[in-house]
Design a protein around this ligand. Structure first.
Ligand code: FPP
Length: 264
């Protein structure tokens, strides 16, 4: 998938439904806050750690289903910069999830044309985990059928601050001028620079907030909230979310041509 940080307003449709799902010309970028692992485990009298492991299985099902649903990019939230405040045992389990996932699935991801990127800060991660992440990225770097971004040790605010700091350093070093900065240039400094902005952000588990996920990128995303806990998530939930998205009218701050006519 080539980088496509297109201007969102360029995609305003002429008429009719403006959501793009199956059959749309450009594959979609879907972002998911994988929420509800803890509640899923609690409902079963299990430790939260087992909820997270079940969450990895839900991720596998979702990744397998996505390419056939006209999804070209999938960005999932695996660990936020705020999740460090959880109990040490839970943090330790969460840190083990990428290894668990890549050990079982990297060969399939490689074979299926999935390019993996892990977005977020490497500081704070163990050298072993960083090596596992870099290895998964390198092994799949040439794939272009489908892009999987795993936000891990990621925070939208931290990513924006980091991009601002990098640009300020370029200005200080004389390699850029303040007036060079525009939204496209700023987007290109973010962790998500290689992906278009998300078309839809899905949050299962009944919670309705963004939780510091893709703050800049989701400026014109549609939001779909679903009453299913992430470990139970599967292709049918993803299809339902895309159906909801397809019924949305995306205006990107503009008005649709029919409305211009109606206004006379
Ligand atoms: C939020 O649910 C979920 C997380 C903090 C972890 C999400 C991670 C996965 C689903 C697996 C990710 C896989 C990889 C490869 C990184 P919660 O624990 O806050 O649930 P709760 O709101 O019910 O307590």
């Amino acid at each position: 998938m080539a980088a496509q940080n297109e201007n969102p307003s360029a995609g305003v449709p002429a008429s009719g439904l403006s959501g793009r799902a199956a059959g749309s010309p450009r594959p979609l970028h879907v972002a998911i806050v994988m929420d509800g692992n803890g509640r899923w485990a609690k409902q079963r009298g299990l430790p939260r750690t087992l909820g997270h492991r079940a969450g990895v299985e839900a991720l596998k099902r979702t990744v397998a289903a996505a390419p056939d649903l006209n999804i070209g990019w999938l960005t999932v939230f695996g660990f936020s910069t705020e999740n460090w405040s959880r109990p040490a045992a839970e943090v330790s389990e969460l840190m083990a999830l990428p290894k668990r996932y890549f050990e079982s699935d990297i060969v399939r991801l490689e074979r299926d044309g999935v390019r993996v990127r892990v977005l977020g800060q490497r500081e704070g991660l163990s050298p072993d985990l960083v090596r596992i992440i870099e290895d998964a990225q390198a092994r799949t770097a040439k794939n272009d059928r489908f892009a999987l971004n795993i936000a891990f040790n990621y925070g939208g605010q931290a990513d924006i601050v980091e991009a601002a700091r990098r640009f300020a350093e370029e200005v200080a070093a004389g390699r850029a001028r303040p007036e060079d900065l525009d939204t496209a240039l700023f987007s290109s400094r973010l962790a998500t620079a290689e992906s278009p902005p998300p078309d839809v952000v899905i949050r299962p588990s009944g919670e309705q907030r963004l939780s510091n996920f893709l703050l800049w990128e989701s400026a014109y995303a549609e939001f779909v909230f679903q009453d299913v806990l992430w470990p139970d998530y599967g292709p049918e939930h993803l299809k339902a979310a895309l159906q909801a998205f397809a019924g949305r009218e995306r205006r990107y701050g503009a008005v649709l041509p029919d409305d211009v006519l109606a206004a006379g």
